[in-house]
Design a protein around this ligand. Structure first.
Ligand code: PLP
Length: 432
């Protein structure tokens, strides 16, 4: 399989090159040239397959022979060694909990898969790379955990100062080894701009082997399609139409679902649910894509003003607005609505959600018809947003042990302002 750039100004590349590069030189995004189809046999046997089997067969269709079967099995078994519960919350509403990995958020799926795939390809070549990651909270720690101790890979994390939760900051700044955290005096968009500018900087590219690990890397996107297929296979349904609601920021998670549907998974449609950063819902409802500076919300991992995967959404639907809007509905919730949802669902059904997940529930509840079946994606453990959630339910949330240990560690972060010159010289010094 070859991977093309959505800007179409550079030639298509192999999976390996797309993964190592992260971003094509023309500043587009990589996508597979042809979207393969699941076989009927695969779709008919789904309910008998484990998550790992579904992941392997889905990945194989896209990666083809660039990773041998045995290695691909090891990568998958090692990356996805935690549970993925699909539960009924009430009536026809289900939740898929994607937060049982090491950092308690769904980004563990993409990050762990990508880290192992990159490690595999780098070992093949005896190469070294520098990974730059802008994070609004959860990406960074998931990526860093994924790469921790991987030889030949240095990771630099950029996060917006004062705009991530205490727990998130601890997760970002206490890892050590081959991971460095930069505390940027700016917003997530500023961090993302620094990373994007670095990729376009000639000198940096000559001196450092730069790579990206944000949701724009194709190896992060791919595994985010596996769990839609898995959840679909675990629903106790007859002929009901199935809808997924995805709480979204950069829309990588949603794109994973769109990919699974395009490969033939019979999903009837999606709901893209956002916080006040409603760029994509606004596009879906009003037909205009109008990026704007991000605003801060309680669902801060979705505070994105210019979602980078939007181009992929367009590509997957051939830029056809009618096609996009017939498959995807958009809705947004402000902080007080999200708080009400957390309170209500906890009170009525005893199910506790983080603010992002609450937005996913809200979107599904709004659009789902009684005769259909719906799944919302739970993207983080509620304890990661303790400060927001606890006052709403007047109860203490129990923190899993693996997170408790991190909270007690000492923070190590390098302060940085948001202008590119300082960032660039830091990178150049690091590389010596
Ligand atoms: C990153 C993140 C999201 C948004 O996912 P995208 O792929 O950027 O749309 C939602 N919830 C949580 C907890 C996240 O960390």
């Amino acid at each position: 399989m070859q991977f093309y750039s959505t800007n179409r100004k550079v030639a298509p590349v192999s999976f390996k090159e797309a993964v190592i590069k992260g971003l094509p030189d023309d500043n587009g995004l990589f996508l597979p040239e042809k979207i393969p189809s699941f076989s009927d046999d695969f779709l008919n046997q789904l309910s008998k397959k484990s998550f790992q089997e579904i992941a392997f067969e889905s990945a194989k269709l896209i990666i083809e022979d660039e990773i041998g079967d045995n290695d691909l099995h090891s990568i998958i078994n090692d990356a996805f060694d935690f549970e993925i519960p699909v539960k009924n919350v009430h009536d026809n509403i289900h939740v898929m909990e994607l937060f049982h990995g090491p950092t308690l958020a769904f980004k563990d799926f993409g990050a762990r898969f990508m880290a192992r795939v990159m490690g595999y390809f780098l070992k093949e070549d005896g190469r070294e790379i520098n990974i730059l990651v802008a994070t609004s909270g959860d990406t960074g720690s998931a990526v860093a955990q994924g790469f921790l101790g991987v030889e030949g890979i240095k990771v630099t994390l950029l996060y917006p100062k004062g705009k991530v939760s205490k727990i998130q900051e601890q997760q970002l700044t206490t890892i050590g080894q081959n991971i460095t955290a930069l505390e940027v005096d700016g917003t997530f968009d500023d961090c993302q701009l620094l990373v994007k500018t670095a990729f376009l900087d000639k000198e940096l590219n000559e001196k450092l082997n730069l790579s990206s690990a944000n949701s724009i890397n194709i190896a992060r996107l791919l595994p985010q399609s596996f769990y839609y297929t898995y959840a679909f296979s675990r629903l106790n349904r007859k002929e009901e139409d199935v809808y997924f609601c995805v709480p979204s920021g950069n829309y990588g998670n949603l794109c994973g679902g769109l990919l699974a549907k395009k490969m033939g998974l019979p999903i009837s449609g999606f709901i893209a649910a956002s916080n006040a950063n409603d760029i994509v819902p606004h596009y879906l409802n009003a037909g205009r894509f109008a990026p704007k500076p991000s605003v801060q919300t309680i669902a801060n991992a979705m505070d994105v003003g210019n979602p980078s995967n939007f181009v992929r959404m367009l590509e997957l639907y051939d830029n056809d607005f009618a096609k996009i809007t017939s498959d995807i509905k958009g809705i947004s919730f402000d902080d007080s609505q999200a708080e009400d949802i957390i309170r209500e669902v906890h009170g009525k059904y005893g199910y506790l959600m983080c603010p992002h997940t609450a937005i996913g529930y809200g979107g599904l509840k709004h659009f789902l018809k009684p005769e259909d079946t719906g799944v919302f994606l739970s993207t983080a453990h509620p304890c990661k947003f303790k400060d927001v959630v606890e006052p709403l339910i007047s109860e203490e949330i129990e923190i899993p042990l693996r997170l408790k240990a991190i909270i007690e560690k000492k923070k190590h972060a390098i302060s940085m302002n948001k202008d590119f010159v300082g960032f660039k010289s830091f990178l150049l010094e690091q590389s010596i």
